[in-house]
Design a binder for this molecule. Structure first.
Ligand code: S3P
Length: 170
């Protein structure tokens, strides 16, 4: 019986990509990072896509990519922080997958997302408002992230420790 996919959802800076890579390695499974796949296919970095084509264009590309990867088996799939905004994405990913939400406290998210130019959704806000922007977005998306089968707080954990937590729950 093939293994279900393991799908990592959660806010920016909660460790979806680093945990996903480590988890896939541990399980000997394929690793797919939605953002990286979108960038590869478009030949364009996501911040440039936001700037040149707008968020709606990115969300459409994101949805297409979800449709494509959701049919896989034995894969660890890391999503982007906003993938859950489209209910069709969650439904498609759930069909073959266990959904795990990674969480972190605001302080940790601030540290992990500090470099400029990588997170267009946060870069819209000036530095002084970044904390508030993060808090508001987390609040706005709280119910969406709750759709996960279980959650892990990654604030004080290394990616390998998060992997152990996930394997413990599975
Ligand atoms: C987004 C999160 C990003 C990326 C895009 C939009 C969001 O992914 O998909 O910039 O809306 O939260 P990460 O969570 O991997 O940073």
């Amino acid at each position: 019986m093939p293994m279900k996919n393991i799908v990592l959802i959660g806010f920016m800076g909660t460790g979806k990509t680093s945990t996903g890579r480590a988890l896939a390695q541990k399980l000997g499974a394929a690793f797919l990072d939605l953002d990286q796949e979108i960038e590869r296919e478009a030949g364009m970095a996501i911040p440039d896509m936001f700037a040149q084509k707008g968020e709606a264009y990115f969300r459409a590309r994101e949805h297409e990519m979800v449709e494509r990867v959701a049919g896989r088996r034995n894969a660890v799939i890391s999503t982007g922080g906003g993938t859950v905004k489209d209910p069709r994405n969650v439904a498609a990913l759930r069909e073959n997958g266990v959904i795990v939400c990674l969480q972190a406290d605001v302080e940790t998210i601030l540290e992990r997302t500090a470099s400029k130019g990588e997170r267009p959704v946060l870069d819209k806000e000036d530095q002084g408002n970044r904390r508030m922007a993060i808090e508001m977005l987390i609040e706005e998306r709280r119910e969406l992230y709750r759709q996960a089968d279980f959650s892990v707080d990654t604030s004080k954990l290394s990616p390998l420790q998060v992997v152990e937590e996930i394997l413990h729950y599975l």
